[in-house]
Each structure stands twice: as C-alpha cells, then as structure tokens.
Design a protein around this ligand. Structure first.
Ligand code: ATP
Ligand code: MG
Length: 291
C-alpha cells in the first residue's frame, strides 16, 4: 500500500515511528508536509499537489499540529473526497481540537466528565462558578495545549479574578470542577480500531496538578478495568475517531473524560507501555483498505 503520514517534520518521534512501522510491514510510506500541499478543488478530478507532483495514496495518517488545524483539516478532507482512507476524518479532527465542542458531544452521549460551565459575558461569573459547585475549580483556555492555560483557582476570590482576567483578554474559557481525588494523575488510553492497545498513568511533579509530560509528569504503564475500557472506547466512538488518545481522571464518581486527542503522541505511551502502537495503526489501515 501507499501510505502518507501528513506531518510537518519527518524527524518527530511519532512521525518516524509510523513511517518505520509501515515500511516494516512492506508498505510504501512517505511523509508529506500538509502545509505544502495545494489542492485542485474545482475540476471533476479532485487532486492534491505537493511540490509539483499529484499525490496518489491508499491511506493517510494525519498528524495535524494544533496551530494548523484549519488548513490541515482541509487537506485531509480533500483526501477523503479522493476516496483515500484516513483513521481521522477532517470533521473528527476539527471536533477533537475544540475542547468545548468535544465536551458537548461527550455529554450528549452520556459519557462522564468533570462538571463544566462556559459563558461569554463576565457578568455571569458567579453563575459559572456556581454551576461547577464553587472553588476549588479549574479554568481552561479553550485554545490551550500542553497544560499552558490550565489554571487551578483554590478560592472563590481567585476564581473570580482569573475568569475576569481571561475574559478581559477576550479569551474563550471553560470552568471545570477540580477533580482533587485524581491527586495530580491522569490516564492516557490509546484506542486503535475499536480496541484499547495501550494505557499509561501520568503523575504530575510535586506541587503541580497538571499531569502533562511536557510539564515534567512521569509516565508509568497502567492496566484498565472494564469500566475505564468501556468509557475510553465510547469516547473515541462519540468523537468519530479510529485512532485516539483518551485522557481520563479517576474521580470519586468513576472515571471522567477530560479530552480526546485525534493525533496522540506515541513517544510517552510506547516508551512507558512497551507496546508498538505505530504497528497497530498500520494494521488498522491494512484491515480498512480493501486490497
Ligand atoms: N478538572 C480537572 N481536575 C483536576 N485536574 C485536571 C482537570 N482538568 C485537567 N486537569 C489536569 O491538567 C492537565 C492538563 O489539562 P488538559 O488536558 O485539559 O489541558 P491541556 O493538556 O493543556 O490540553 P491538551 O491536552 O489539548 O494539550 C490534565 O492532564 C490533568 O492532569
Ligand atoms: Mg491534555
């Protein structure tokens, strides 16, 4: 098969692992920088052109960076129009990138999540705080990644000023119940083709509640119980993804989903679990693309 990994840089861990796994299984795998792709969307024969060459693949693996969701999703959509298989459709990528939209979709499917509120006007701050049961609470920038823009407000006063400050900057924020019981740890689950293939627990450093590896959290392998497995699979399905990284917290009322990632990084999970996740992505593509 001819497979393209849509990625800005072939040296990135996840990108190079996917290329390697595909080649190991006898496929012709190339890295294509989606920002350098341009599209012919007018003719009856839709095409994607890359460095002067018309691209032709059986499958793509999108690895779209947070900064380039709009253009990346457009490129993925063009491949979909050309009947090229993708484990993450353009719609699913855009849906997953938008934290508010994701939580609305998950809530609609009855998937547990921290109690969350959202508003535009600063006049409604007290209401926002009330919805999540008061302080301590977490305020999240909708556009944030890697823990930047996730703030813990321990008192009502602190919550008010943080929310007011973000709103002053015209930033879109979520206000969320602080899941204190999680004790600075979260669970990342890798789902591929309707199965959990690997899971890890990330534990934040001392004095930190955010379990982001970029913020120095430590990863260790984790086995999931039946309920956690079921929730991870349901969240992935609700988001319309075939490959996803589902982040959950262990709350007093069971596992809650905080986010579903459409381009989950492979380094932390492969290193901590010892599972060849890249290989399972390639095997999924083999099953999905009819010979
Ligand atoms: N409601 C919450 N209660 C307790 N801890 C939380 C809560 N929400 C997030 N956290 C912690 O903060 C970390 C970062 O939060 P989150 O994943 O929502 O944002 P992000 O990592 O900045 O976004 P992205 O994952 O898109 O890069 C989580 O991994 C988790 O450890
Ligand atoms: Mg996160």
């Amino acid at each position: 098969m001819r497979i393209a990994v849509l990625s800005r840089q072939s040296s990135l861990y996840s990108t190079s692992r996917l290329v390697e796994a595909g080649r190991d299984r006898g496929h012709d795998v190339r890295v294509v920088d989606y920002l350098r792709c341009y599209m012919d969307i007018t003719s009856r024969k839709p095409a994607i052109i890359y460095q002067g060459e018309k691209l032709s693949f059986d499958a793509i693996i999108p690895r779209i960076g947070a900064t380039y969701t709009f253009y990346g999703a457009a490129v993925v959509r063009q491949f979909e129009i050309m009947n090229v298989y993708t484990p993450a459709t353009a719609d699913a990528i855009s849906r997953a990138r938008d934290k508010l939209r994701s939580l609305q979709v998950l809530a609609q499917r009855g998937i547990g999540m921290p109690v969350t509120s959202f508003a535009h006007s600063t006049k409604d701050i007290d209401g926002l705080i009330d919805v999540v049961g008061g302080a301590p609470l977490v305020v999240k920038l909708l556009e944030g990644t890697q823990g930047v823009g996730v703030v813990l407000a321990e008192t009502h006063k602190a919550a008010e000023s943080v929310i007011a400050a973000f709103r002053q900057l015209d930033a879109n924020i979520l206000v969320q119940e602080f899941v204190e019981e999680a004790k600075g740890a979260d669970i990342r689950v890798l789902v591929v083709g309707g199965k959990v293939v690997a899971a890890m627990e990330r534990t934040a450093g001392i004095g930190e509640f955010r379990a982001n590896l970029h913020r120095g959290a430590k990863a260790s392998p984790r086995t999931l119980d039946a309920q956690e497995t079921e929730i991870a699979l349901a969240a992935t399905k609700a988001m319309g993804l075939e490959v996803a990284g589902v982040d959950m917290l262990e709350s007093a009322h069971g596992p809650v989903v905080i986010e579903v990632n459409a381009s989950p990084g492979l380094e932390g999970i492969e290193t901590s679990s010892g599972v060849d996740v890249a290989k399972s992505v390639i095997e999924l593509i083999e099953r999905k693309v009819a010979p």
